[in-house]
Write a protein that binds this ligand. Sequence first.
Ligand code: NZQ
Ligand code: ZN
Length: 389
Amino acid sequence: MQNFRFLNKTEIIFGKDTQKEVGAEVKKHGSKVLLHYGSGHIKKSGLYDEVIESLNESNVDFIELGGVKPNPRLALVREGIALCREHKVDFILSVGGGSVIDSAKAIAVGARYDGDVWDFFYDKAVIKQAIPNGVVLTIPAAGSESSDGSVITDLPNKNKRHIGSPLIIPTFAIMNPELTYTLPAYQTACGTSDIMAHVMERYFTNVKDVDFTDRLCESTLKTMIHNAPLALANPSDYASRSEIMWAGTLAHNNLLDTGREGDWSTHMIEHEISGINDVAHGAGLSIVFPAYLKYVYKHDIARFVQFAVRVWNVDQSFGNPEQTALEGIARLESFLKSLGLPTMLSQIDLDESSFERIATNCRKTNDDGVGYFVKLYEQDIKNILKLAL
Ligand code: NZQ
Ligand code: ZN
């Protein structure tokens, strides 16, 4: 196990009716607040009214910016930055999923910086300050409610880019699983794929003697494998919705990679794909992850056998470990398919003509090769994409 420091400052406020506490919670942290939300589901579900009522009851002074789209856009971030400067906002409240939260985080750093926020996404500036932010989560997926990341898309240029800083980890996250009952089945499935990908990115590591975190990863994956079909069959099932919601946070709050080094190349490849064709992140991952695993499994067959046996209950073939390893990957792929997710690029209308761009862009910010488990270069990335055709 490697040396590590672990701090995750997000206070989790979990359970039924917790959204009613939002006003009191925000009041503790801000005097002028930006309420940030998406394209409208919170207005349909009544959550918007509940949040406004709670903010008013606690006499919170706030302004609003809605309209965040999935794969959140740089243009709206810039609008939010201008609003925050004009109104001297000192706290940002996101109500929504990863896209809303990521947009809020980018606004938070951009509003406390004299240059253009996009500088941070190309390592042209270092994040030194950010407006604090809090969250009411409506979809378990990205883990942004307690992560140090934000991913923003510059749509006209088809560029999706990432920043990371402890300064953007939310101060609190209100998580009521009941708020996820209204999720379309496809979004529940995409969320499941993303949560499992966050665990697998960490699971496939070269660091030895990480049995405890291996087992945390395996139990998180098994929790998702058990509960996602239950939530899809019965969207208002509190038990499965709550397991998924808590697993989604722990999958990405950095607990699972304590003492180890994750890979992240699948995420880097997927971000290029969703930057180009605006596919949901979880759907992009369900295509790239099985292909990536098929491409790299020979790098550490023993780890893939462990994955197959412990996570997917594959009967170990002692004479043929490769067969066991491949069966684990096959079971992952059929599980993703069973959720209604795409597992081939043709299902999202992406063909070989985009491979060059994806591979070059991935490498642009990774001089030393992409990923940590196996270093990938342009041709490797193209080979992985070919396996997903
Ligand atoms: O726009 P609204 O009306 O909110 O509708 C959303 C959106 O259409 C809808 N939705 C959310 N909660 C709902 C609901 N519909 C009905 N009922 C509910 N309770 O679902 C759609 C997708 O929402 P989005 O926020 O885009 O989903 P998700 O949480 O999967 O976020 C995806 C984004 O997060 C980034 C992804 O790249 C992508 O841009 N990621 C962020 C990370 C981070 N900050 O740490 C890490 C991840 O790896 C990921 O890259
Ligand atoms: Zn992800």
